[in-house]
Write a protein that binds this ligand. Structure first.
Ligand code: HEC
Length: 142
């Protein structure tokens, strides 16, 4: 009885490993293609990707407004944790007086000991995208 069980278990194992080994190179490539990160792979029927998959990867940098809405607004629209609010000229005037390079630096590096963490927590943001978001906030707050 136990032997028979063990045998059928073995048979199942062999069958599944046989299936695994039967993948052709073409099937393997197809799988690799399917599990690529979004942006590198093409969804079936998408006529734009066959032409230029490379341009999908090198997407345009986001605008300051986009970055602000995605990553900064949570605190800077409400004043959460003491963040200077977007549009609040009084709250920003002293900061703007420090000069843009200082604000770019704190935008990217954060303000230690406050809620202003590095890049406002937007780790996918490039430095330039954070600078653009700082520009956007400063332009709208004076
Ligand atoms: C989790 C909340 C939070 C998020 C999200 C956040 N900030 Fe801030 N930010 C703060 C706080 C709090 C301060 C005030 C820090 C202080 O006390 O000087 C601040 C201050 C700043 C300042 C002024 C710093 C200075 O030197 O006076 C800039 C510039 C700034 N944030 C940029 C950004 C940008 C750009 C983003 C989005 C990419 C962002 N912040 C997202 C909380 C946040």
């Amino acid at each position: 009885m136990i032997n028979r069980l063990a045998l059928s278990f073995l048979a199942v194992l062999l069958a599944t490993s046989a299936v695994a080994l039967e993948l052709t190179n073409a099937q393997r490539d197809a799988i690799v293609e399917r599990i690529k990160p979004v942006g590198e792979s093409c969804v079936a029927g998408d006529i734009t990707c066959a032409a230029a998959p490379a341009t999908v990867v090198s997407a345009e940098p986001r605008t300051g407004e986009d970055v602000y809405n995605a990553a900064c607004m949570a605190c800077h629209s409400t004043g959460a944790a003491g963040a200077p609010k977007y549009g609040d000229a009084v709250a920003w005037s002293g900061r703007i007086a420090k000069g843009m390079p200082a604000l770019y630096a704190t935008g990217v590096g954060g303000v230690p000991g406050t809620g202003m963490i590095a890049k406002g927590g937007c780790m996918s943001c490039s430095d330039d995208e954070v600078y653009a978001a700082v520009d956007y906030m400063v332009a709208g707050s004076q």
